[in-house]
Each structure stands twice: as C-alpha cells, then as structure tokens.
Design a protein around this ligand. Structure first.
Ligand code: AMP
Length: 398
C-alpha cells in the first residue's frame, strides 16, 4: 500500500511517499517545491517526479494522499476530506490565517486532479481530543465558546510521534501500542500501571509543549490558535487579551494591522529586534546583543512555565523529551530549560547533551535523574501516513 503525504504551505509543497507492503513501513522517496505560484502545476510536478523515478506507475497506485491540516470547526481526528470538512476549515480561517486557506485550496486542487483517490487529513488538534474539558475551556461567555473559542492544541502529529517513540524507548510497549491505536479506538485501550507520564517539547520555528499520559495528549501550550503558547518565530505566543484593544486605541491601530503585527512582527523577531531564527538569536546573544539575550530568556522562561504546568498536572514525569529544529539541535537551549531542576528529579548530563548527534536519538539525563531527558527527532509525515493507512483499513476504503 503506497501513501503519499503532502505538506502544504502558502507557497510550498513538500511530499513523502511511503510504502506499507509486507508489514513493513518504508519511506520510498521525498521531494518538494518552494516559491510555488500555481499549486496545480506543483501537484502535477510532484506526480511527474513519482512516475519518472519509477516509484509509481500512475496515480491509481496511490491508496491515499495524507495531509496535516491545522483546524476545523467541530471536526478533528483522521478524516476523509469532503465539502463539509473543507467548509468547517474555512469557518476557522481567521484562527489559522497562514495555514487554513492554503490547505483548503491545495486539497481542492488534489481532489480535482485525483477524484478517485481518498484524500485524508489528520488534524493537528486530534491528539488532544481526550483532554479533560477543564483543560480546553477559556472563561468566556457561552456564545464565544459556541463559536469555537476554546483551547485546541497543535503539533498533534509531532507530539503523537513522541508519545509512541518515548513509550518504546522507556520499555512500555503497552503504552506505545495504545498511542498507535489512538484514533482507531478513541483513546480507550487499556494500559497496565503505573501511568506513563511524558512532557514533550516541540521547539522549532513554531513551538509547543504537550503533556502526555499513557500515550494520550492531556493538553498543550498552544490554545485557540497557533499564535499562542511559547513565543514563535514571528508570532506572538501567549498575550493578555486586553493588550489588543489597548494597543488599537493607544496607537490607533486597525484590527488588520494589529493582527499583522502579532503574526509577523512579534515572537522572537519582536523581542530580539529582528531575528526570527533561533540560531541567529543565539549568535547575537553570544555577541552581547541585549535584546537577543532577552529573547532567549523569555523563550526559556515560557518553555519552563509549560513544562512546569504539565509536571504538576501529570504528578511528575517519567520523561522530558526535546524535538523539532531547536529541541533536536540546540544543546544550549536544552541546557537552559533544564537548569536547576534537581529538586524535581531532573538532572541533565551536560556532556551527553553537548554530544547529541544531529538526527539521532539520545538520552541526555544523568544516571541519577528520576526523570529521563531524551532527544527524539520527530517524524510527522510518518504519523500522517500511518494514520491514513489505519483509516483505510478501518473503513475498508483500500
Ligand atoms: P522546525 O520548525 O522544526 O523545522 O525548526 C526550524 C527552526 O529550528 C529554525 O527556525 C531554527 O530557528 C531552529 N534551529 C535549527 N537548528 C538550530 C540550532 N542548531 N540551534 C538553534 N536553533 C536551531
């Protein structure tokens, strides 16, 4: 069974082709296009590359195309795209303005080009479907909640990968299996005691921290939109809601301009005076740039804030996991986030932390650390492909 996973950006299309034949999962090939002006052309080029490379004979050989959509009103999980799902995504365009419109457009173009191939989406919110209701509510009037104003959580594919892989690394096959079957059985399969408690730090261009109990997401630092939680590269992160009307009145900003500034001029970029890539922020801080130094400190403060929140919620932790561009590659950031936590049972092995090899898993906690500290490279596309396959098997669409 061959499944194509397509990652749609506003001007990019990245793809990976997986094969699940003979009970094995193999990445056959990957590729992508940047600065896409015409998405239909990019889709054609993608299919052309798959055929020219001999990976597929024709589109009919693809059992499904899997996607990683962000959010839809009233719909989550792994679903087959249809007009209703796309309309539910469009209803929340304003929550994810950089993500939802290109996804809806891209999926429509795929549907036109491949009308007989199931197009499946694993929503980034899916991992938190079984979070306790109290963890999902804002204290807003009922009418706001009914319109969809609640905490959702994102980076679900990545945190799901960490849930599965960390359970395997910690020797809890029962929990790994539960995490694997999450969307098929609604998070219900039994696990043995004690509960496995994992805090997953997806730190990248976009960052979030998630709490995971027995393979199921119990909450995340991102709430209603991917603009919340930790400071993002250009996006604001958590902000008191009254800052918006205050600044609109105080500086005479229109709503559109305020939204643009919160989306494009904030986060690391806003704090550091223009640097939105953590590598540049760290380099500037090392050279004595005070704003960049503060940007790092704010980022670390927020990461620790959320790690602390889930540490309490989970009644401790068995593992703290770092993943994504910053989490996997920056020993400095991991060191800063883990500093001075020995009384909570977290002790970093600084030498092991400094020696992590790019792209490889590592245990970076000291032998006496009660909580294991791990680096696990994430693999969101594999999660999408696996869920698409399970969806096909469950619904007999294959
Ligand atoms: P991602 O969103 O997971 O692709 O992560 C991309 C981000 O990771 C980039 O914007 C960088 O800020 C960050 N990054 C990558 N390598 C490093 C590194 N060695 N040190 C600090 N940040 C890094």
């Amino acid at each position: 069974m061959k499944i194509l996973v397509a990652n749609l950006g506003s001007t990019s299309l990245k793809y990976r082709l997986f094969d699940f034949s003979n009970d094995q999962e193999r990445l056959l090939t990957r590729g992508g296009f940047e600065r896409v002006k015409d998405y239909a052309v990019a889709i054609e080029s993608c299919l052309g590359e798959l055929k020219q490379g001999g990976w597929i004979r024709d589109e009919g050989e693809l059992a499904a195309v899997g996607f990683k959509p962000i959010i839809a009103r009233g719909i989550s999980g792994c679903v087959k795209f249809d007009d209703q799902v796309l309309a539910a995504m469009e209803a929340l365009n304003g929550v994810a303005p950089a993500h939802n419109p290109p996804y809806v457009n891209g999926v429509r173009l795929f549907a036109r080009r491949m009308p007989n191939t199931p197009l499946l989406g694993l929503f980034e919110t899916a991992f938190y479907q079984w979070a306790p209701e109290a963890a999902t509510r804002y204290a807003v009037p009922a009418g706001w909640h009914e319109k969809g104003v609640r905490r959702y959580g994102f980076h679900g594919a990545s945190h799901k990968f960490i849930a599965e892989r960390s359970a395997e690394l910690l020797g809890r096959q029962d929990v790994a299996e539960r995490a694997r079957q999450l969307y098929v059985n609604g998070g219900q399969s039994p696990v043995s005691e004690p509960a496995l408690r994992v805090i997953s730090c997806h730190l990248g261009g976009s960052s979030s921290v998630a709490g995971i109990r027995n393979g199921v997401g119990i909450g995340a630092s991102m709430g209603l939109s991917p603009q919340s939680g930790l400071p993002q590269n250009n996006r604001v992160g958590d902000l008191d809601s009254f800052a918006l009307p205050f600044m609109m009145r105080a500086a005479g900003l229109t709503l559109d301009e305020a939204e643009r500034q919160l989306c494009q001029e904030s986060g690391l970029k806003g704090l550091s005076g223009g640097y939105n890539d953590m590598r540049d922020v760290l380099a500037q801080a090392a050279q004595g740039n005070a704003q960049a130094k503060l940007a790092v400190e704010v980022y670390v403060h927020q990461a620790r804030h959320w790690v602390g929140a889930f540490f309490l919620e989970l009644n401790g932790a068995d593992a703290l996991v770092f993943t994504a561009g910053i989490g996997e590659n920056s020993a400095e950031l991991r060191e800063l986030i883990c500093r001075n936590l020995d009384q909570l049972g977290l002790a970093l092995n600084s030498a092991a932390n400094a020696q992590v090899v790019h792209g490889q898993e590592a245990v970076i906690s000291a032998p006496n650390s009660r909580v294991k500290i791990l680096v696990i490279p994430t693999n969101e596309e594999l999660v999408i492909a696996r869920e698409a396959r399970r969806f096909l098997l469950k619904t007999n669409l294959n």
